[in-house]
Design a binder for this molecule. Structure first.
Ligand SMILES: NC(=O)C1=CN([C@@H]2O[C@H](COP(=O)(O)OP(=O)(O)OC[C@H]3O[C@@H](n4cnc5c(N)ncnc54)[C@H](OP(=O)(O)O)[C@@H]3O)[C@@H](O)[C@H]2O)C=CC1
Ligand SMILES: CCCCCCCCCCCCCCCC(=O)[C@@H](N)CO
Length: 324
């Protein structure tokens, strides 16, 4: 066979692969309209959630935010009024308290886009965390999201507006890879992935579409707090990874939700991580599925190189601390 024959054969197989993927990727592509719809954001009084609330308002949504601290909620409402001239609704509840969550969700009215964004994080070695801190991180981030979804789902299913609706979870790149210092946090965010994958199969028949958002480090009040007490190795390992502004993450998140994407990445590093960690997760875009299929081998090599550098940092660090 000549060189041209070979390249023709390769081209033909790639085209056949594309056609095959277009036929089989599920769920089907969808679009979630935001304008004039009810967007409910937990943890909407600060950081990424507040940025998301402001942008949803700017796109014409009716927005409700939920958090614990009424003063921060009032401040968020005032700041959105000042920057957009629009009123949002605020509801007060601890996501750990199912009855409080249910009352808050019911008072807000039927939800079209539910964003479980609330979350807490601290970086410590598991040995240096009390059980109550571990339970708090997993409780708020994972069980809290169950409480929210359980409270909102029946209403979303019974909605009279038959257009597609969305349930989105704010995970983290640490929901795609475990890093030194984040045992509890990664466990909570990996947990959200299992929740989201199974939930999508349960709600697809009701035209409800699940998104999992994977932000990198994002400049928010919570990150500033966490940074004060990070283990040195956590800093060394995360040192070179990119960080973003809350507004930029919110924009990526909202676009991901509107396009009904299951995985939502926020930057180029996140794009590569989404391909690397695609595994058995659903994929709506046959083009993205194509990219996953053809690049998975090479990206596995890149992933192993990252692990190599991380383990070298750990080895060097402990070699030094033994000598000292
Ligand atoms: N910042 C970062 O680097 C990254 C953050 N993320 C994720 O993004 C999400 C938002 O983080 P970020 O904006 O940084 O955090 P912030 O601390 O700025 O905001 C957290 C929000 O969640 C609310 N909240 C916290 N605990 C509870 C609770 N028990 N019940 C109800 N509401 C609660 C807070 O309000 P109140 O305290 O009044 O209840 C606040 O509104 C989290 O899920 C986080 O894991 C993901 C990747 C990176
Ligand atoms: C080429 C392939 C790219 C692979 C690179 C992998 C880099 C992983 C870095 C993970 C960083 C996660 C930060 C999230 C911070 C967070 O969630 C906060 N809440 C906690 O600080």
């Amino acid at each position: 066979m000549s060189g041209t024959d070979l390249s023709l054969l390769l081209l033909l197989s790639l085209i056949l692969l594309l056609i095959f993927l277009k036929l089989i990727t599920r769920p089907h592509p969808t679009k979630i309209p935001i304008k004039s719809r009810h967007v409910f954001i937990t943890g909407g009084s600060s950081g990424i959630g507040l940025a998301l609330a402001r942008q949803a308002v700017a796109e014409g949504a009716r927005v409700t935010i939920l958090a614990r601290d009424i003063t921060k909620l009032e401040q968020a409402k005032a700041s959105i009024r000042a920057s957009t001239g629009t009123e949002i609704d605020i509801v007060c509840a601890d996501v750990l308290d199912f009855n409080a969550v249910k009352t808050a969700v019911e008072s807000a009215g039927v939800i079209d886009v539910l964003v479980c964004n609330h979350g807490v994080f601290f970086a410590y070695e598991v040995e240096n965390m009390e059980m109550n801190m571990i339970e708090n991180i997993i409780g708020v981030n994972l069980i809290g999201s169950f409480n929210i979804v359980k409270a909102a789902l029946a209403g979303m299913k019974k909605r009279t507006d038959r257009r597609p609706v969305s349930i989105a979870f704010m995970s983290s790149q640490l929901g795609q890879v475990g890093i030194y210092g984040y045992t509890a946090y990664s466990a909570s965010k990996f947990g959200l992935r299992g929740f989201a994958e199974a939930l999508q199969q349960e709600v697809i028949a009701d035209d409800i579409h699940v998104s999992l958002i994977f932000p990198p480090e994002t400049d928010t009040p919570a990150l500033a707090e966490e940074n004060k007490r990070r283990p040195p190795l956590t800093n060394i390992i995360l040192g070179s990874s990119g960080s973003m502004k809350a507004d930029e993450v919110a924009k990526k998140a909202l676009n991901g939700i509107k396009s009904g994407s299951f995985f939502v990445h926020c930057n180029f590093e996140g794009y590569l991580m989404s391909i690397m960690t695609a595994g058995l997760s659903p994929q709506r875009s046959y083009l993205m599925a194509f990219v996953e299929v053809v690049s998975v081998g090479v990206l596995r090599i890149v992933a192993l190189c990252f692990q190599w550098t991380w383990y070298r940092s750990v080895e060097k660090y402990y070699a030094k601390s033994k000598r000292a």
